[in-house]
Design a protein around this ligand. Structure first.
Ligand code: NAI
Ligand code: MG
Length: 361
């Protein structure tokens, strides 16, 4: 059956990098039998310009109909004066909440060829390939009550609530275990159960769900130690699962171990495996329209889409291998280029073409 992909290029470099990812999808269709239908929609500033809202009703309808969504990036200087609810970034939060994309997958992968892009020593990070699974729609970012209140003595007090229901922990646990099954079958759950009751529950539910995945080796780590271990020896991890706030922080740390924002894809999944796939970077208005942005994070987001939503792991492997080939050939967009023998600086569209050529072999 033909699967439907909704493409939301968004703003800034979003349009440029998504165009290259579409070349890759088209090649998989023409040469490798991928059966998908692509629909285009607006989100972010582009949607505000066209329809007066960053996540307009027409896009909501398309998003619900799609089997998977590919998003570029949103945002731009020209939208900074808009009221908060109409800003491009609201479009992104809107679609995540609307589709209940509670499971956020952020791989941190360092290609051997780019080991010198990291701020850590090459031997610590070369070959790093881990996945952080972050709970995205619960926890302290959404917990009620929240606010700033004035106490009887006139002093103000800010408060937020870190809450998780068992069902919320269960569904992110299943998501993480399923991902671990598709990878190295090791899962580290990160919590702060020594101090927080809600994390005691987290720990207990992870252990309960673990019984359904006997092949997966489970470990638990407190978040402070996890942050240390990520920098000390990141290659010890395969899949890490954690709550919304801890995941926010740890996934940024893990991502930056690899040193190149233009290389990192992400996925946000719902309970049925439907997902939205996007590079972790933003719309990069400083380089938009110059044909110099790195499209590889977006192209690898397509790879994740094939793996996690469309059940086409063999085609995902093909994309990953093609990216590997292109880097081995020494081809680099400006963000990953260093002055060196054998490396060649190329444009956004040349990078897309190079991946297509590598795919075709
Ligand atoms: P950014 O990620 O857009 O850019 C940060 C730096 O990295 C810039 O110097 C940019 O040129 C560079 N960069 C980013 N992606 C690149 C790529 N593919 N190739 C080469 N260089 C790349 O973050 P920034 O500057 O903080 O935000 C710019 C706009 O993007 C803002 O409006 C922000 O709200 C929005 N944003 C959107 C996100 C999304 O759509 N998911 C995520 C982060 C920011
Ligand atoms: Mg993004």
């Amino acid at each position: 059956m033909t699967q439907k992909i909704l493409v939301l290029p968004g703003d800034g470099i979003g349009k440029e990098i998504v165009a290259e990812a579409i070349k890759v999808i088209d090649t998989l269709k023409s040469d490798f039998g991928l059966d998908v239908e692509i629909t285009n929609g607006d989100i972010g500033g582009a949607a505000y310009d066209a329809a007066g809202h960053p996540y307009p009703p027409a896009t909501q309808v398309l998003a619900k109909e799609a089997d998977a969504i590919l998003l570029g990036a949103v945002g731009g200087y020209e939208y900074e004066e808009l009221p908060r609810d109409l800003r491009p970034e609201r479009g992104l939060l809107g679609i995540r909440a609307d589709l209940q994309l509670f499971s956020n997958l952020r791989p941190a992968i360092l290609n051997e060829e780019l080991a010198d892009a990291s701020s850590l020593r090459p031997e610590i990070v070369a070959g790093l390939d881990m996945m952080i699974v972050r709970e995205l729609t619960g926890g302290i970012y959404f917990g009620e009550p929240r606010g700033i209140r004035t106490l009887e003595n006139g002093e103000r007090q800010g408060y937020n609530t870190l809450i998780y229901k068992e069902s919320e922990i269960e569904r992110i646990a299943h998501s993480a275990f399923q991902i671990a099954m598709k990878r190295g079958k090791r899962l580290c759950s990160v919590d702060k159960a020594n101090v927080l009751e809600v994390m005691e529950l987290w720990h207990e539910v992870i252990d309960r769900v673990a019984k359904e995945y006997p092949e997966v080796e489970v470990s638990h780590m407190y978040v402070d130690n996890a942050s240390m271990q990520l920098v000390k020896d990141p290659k010890q991890f395969d899949v890490m699962v954690t709550g919304n706030m801890f995941g926010d922080i740890l996934s940024d740390t893990a991502a930056m171990l690899t040193g190149s924002i233009g290389m990192l894809p992400s996925a946000s999944l719902d309970a049925n495996g439907k997902g939205m796939y996007e590079p972790i970077h933003g719309s990069a208005p400083d380089i938009a329209g110059k044909n110099i942005a790195n499209p590889l994070a977006t192209i690898m987001s397509v790879s994740m889409m094939l793996r996690y939503s469309l059940d086409k792991a063999e085609l995902a492997d093909k994309i990953d291998a093609a990216v590997e080939v292109v880097l081995k050939q020494g081809l680099r967009t400006a963000d990953i280029y260093v002055e060196s023998e054998g490396l060649k600086k190329i444009s956004t569209s040349e990078m897309g073409d190079a991946v297509v050529a590598a795919l075709k072999g």
